[in-house]
Design a protein around this ligand. Structure first.
Ligand code: NI
Ligand code: MN
Length: 227
């Protein structure tokens, strides 16, 4: 499984000849190396409805004829815009042609906000994602606070790599993310969701230094990691 980090919570996965992107927040993301028009993917995986996660999903899905895998409410909202969706929900797994996706809980919100019309459409529960392929397991926590069932997720899954938010303010900060890493018992941990906005400014190395030796890995924008 080939993974790459593209700023904020954007992670690309290449496995079984398929390309998958998680939370493609590209236009409006000052910390990404991607260009919306250059993204080539078969699937888009979404953790929740917030603008800094859904991002450019509609345009990318249409251009690539990609399938969007999201929680049911968010999937419905996206399907009304004429894109292919595969609705799922927390606790559910499904075998796709690239591997298995399982939705886990996350403690956060999930909504689509339109500032122009001053409307908020709630899109159900936010989620985290487990992607199992090539005998490896990756966990993307989405946006979440620390929750003790991370222990259960870690017990039930031998996580090879976990992407955890560290930005604080909207999600876990460094202190709680260190506890999350311990509970998840992941072999490798990558910090995400920091430095994109002034309120989530963090030094990712401060996080890594508090993890057991060789577990934490700061990925620079565009870095690729093979597991
Ligand atoms: Ni969010
Ligand atoms: Mn977010």
């Amino acid at each position: 499984m080939k993974l790459s980090f593209h700023g904020h919570s954007v992670v690309k996965i290449e496995t079984g000849g398929k390309n998958i992107i998680i939370d493609p927040f590209i236009s409006g993301n000052k910390n990404t190396d991607l260009k919306v028009e250059d993204v080539r993917v078969d699937y888009i995986l979404l953790t929740h409805g917030h603008n800094d996660h859904v991002g450019d999903t509609v345009e990318i899905a249409k251009k690539n004829n990609a399938t969007v895998i999201a929680t049911a409410e968010l999937a419905s909202w996206l399907s009304w815009q004429g894109i292919n969706v595969h609705p799922m929900h927390i606790g559910g797994s499904y075998q796709f042609d690239f591997g298995i996706v399982k939705f886990t809980q996350a403690f956060h919100g999930s909504s689509v906000t339109n500032d122009k019309t001053q409307t908020i459409i709630y899109t159900g529960m936010p989620a985290g994602l487990l992607v199992k392929a090539e005998d490896k397991i990756m966990y993307h926590a989405g946006d979440t606070g620390l929750f003790s069932d991370m222990k259960m997720i870690g017990e039930l899954n031998e996580i090879d790599i976990a992407f955890l938010p560290i930005g604080d303010n909207f999600t876990m900060g460094i202190e709680d993310a260190v506890i999350a890493a311990k509970w998840l018992n992941a072999k490798q941990v990558v910090p995400i969701h920091y430095n994109t906005f002034p309120v989530i400014q963090q030094n990712p190395h401060t996080f890594i230094e508090q993890l057991p030796k060789d577990i934490g890995k700061v990925l620079e924008i565009g870095d690729v990691i093979e597991i």
